[in-house]
Design a protein around this ligand. Structure first.
Ligand code: ATP
Ligand code: LTN
Length: 340
């Protein structure tokens, strides 16, 4: 690879629960780990995005550390990737302000995630931060001039906004940002809730439908046993008529590395109960070492903080250069004594 620059990758995850779930892992985090081999990766725990909905400060602090521990346990390697906390790198917010001033109110209003997440309080009662959330996400990406962004399917629209903002900035101020591409996995881009298979698995829905990585495997087995399945008895993938069974097959296939067609053959003539039992075992095998490693890492919070501080220092070097360039291009007067 001598002489060939590695693509730059950035992604983020919110520390909004004590544990990540299978949707996060299969939709995004699994790609984070794989991409370390072929890219220069920046991975960010987006605590500033986590305060766009109501939050508890003590929980946020705990969940930020627990997120770092899980990412390391899943295989993010701080020697190869830059792992850090968003609020430790103030350049994200600095760039975000500039992008807010070139983003249009109309385009931000079209974001479907805002429409979904503002449903509870209504648009009028939601925070302005929830509204501008996608612009901060664009800044997370563009401040590293990232080429690729591994995310689940629900983030497609935010990536399009990011590309639109980058294009507009480049058009007005000269070539500054590459246009980042979303890397969305085939097959497992949208893992569905076990209780409501028409909705994506999410920590904001009731926990019965969400398989958390740090759940005790006995709890997970129960959630899988109670998963909503469909009428009929055949174990076949059919997203329209059998969304529940299809989701279980997708999770099994993605975790065990078995093509869904092969699973259908294996379960021919057997019922949903057999599929659920086997899936519970597959999930238990996967989470057991991760739960253990996460706990070991959480037992030494000082070491976790050291890894995050080191990551933030490395991230700031790159982000600082972008903000200096952007500040110059948009006409901010440099403070006296600042180095050119
Ligand atoms: P919430 O559902 O509460 O909004 P979240 O579970 O989506 O939160 P995020 O931090 O917003 O968590 O997402 C982290 C990553 O996980 C993103 O790349 C997102 O696309 C991906 N992701 C989240 N849920 C799923 C899912 N059900 N299937 C596939 N990918 C998902
Ligand atoms: N918006 C994303 C989380 C997120 C992100 C990012 C993902 C914040 N900043 C930058 C990729 C790149 C979400 O809700 N899942």
């Amino acid at each position: 690879m001598a002489g060939v620059a590695l693509p730059r990758v950035l992604s983020g995850i919110q520390p909004t629960a004590g544990s990540f779930h299978l949707g996060n892992y299969l939709g995004a985090l699994r790609q984070w780990v794989a991409l370390q081999e072929t890219a220069q990766a920046f991975y960010c725990i987006v605590d500033q995005h986590a305060i766009t909905l109501d939050w508890d400060p003590a929980e946020l602090r705990h969940d930020t550390l627990a997120s770092a521990a899980q990412l390391l346990a899943l295989g993010v390697d701080p020697a190869r990737s830059t792992l850090f906390v968003q609020s430790h790198v103030p350049e994200h917010v600095q760039l975000s302000w500039v992008l807010e001033c070139i983003a249009r109110f109309g385009e931000a209003s079209r974001m479907t995630q805002f429409k979904d997440k503002s449903q509870r309080e209504g648009a009028a009662g939601s925070s302005v931060g929830l509204f501008t959330y996608p612009v901060l996400m664009a800044a997370d990406i563009l401040v590293y001039r990232a080429d690729q962004v591994p995310v689940g399917d629900d983030q497609r629209q935010h990536l399009e906004l990011t590309r639109d903002l980058a294009t507009r900035f480049n058009g007005r101020f000269g070539d500054t940002f590459p246009l980042p591409e979303a890397l969305i996995p085939e097959g497992a881009a949208r893992i569905m809730d076990l209780q409501s298979p028409d909705r994506k698995m999410s920590k904001s829905l009731p926990p019965a439908g969400c398989v958390f990585l740090l759940d005790d495997p006995k709890v997970t087995a129960k959630k899988i046993r109670s998963a909503v399945t469909d009428t009929g008895r055949e174990v076949v993938a059919d997203p329209v008529h059998k969304p529940g069974v299809t989701n279980l097959l997708t999770i099994h296939g993605a975790l065990s590395g078995t093509p869904v067609a092969e699973l259908e053959e294996r379960f021919a003539g057997r019922g949903y109960g057999d599929l659920k039992k086997e899936l519970a075992a597959v999930v238990a095998d996967f989470v057991t070492p991760i739960r253990q490693r996460t706990q070991e890492l959480l037992d030494d919070p000082a070491e976790l903080q050291r890894i995050l501080a080191d990551g933030a220092a490395r991230a700031r070097q790159v982000a600082g250069r972008t903000v200096a360039d952007v500040s110059d291009k948009v006409g901010f007067l440099p403070p006296a004594g600042a180095r050119a």
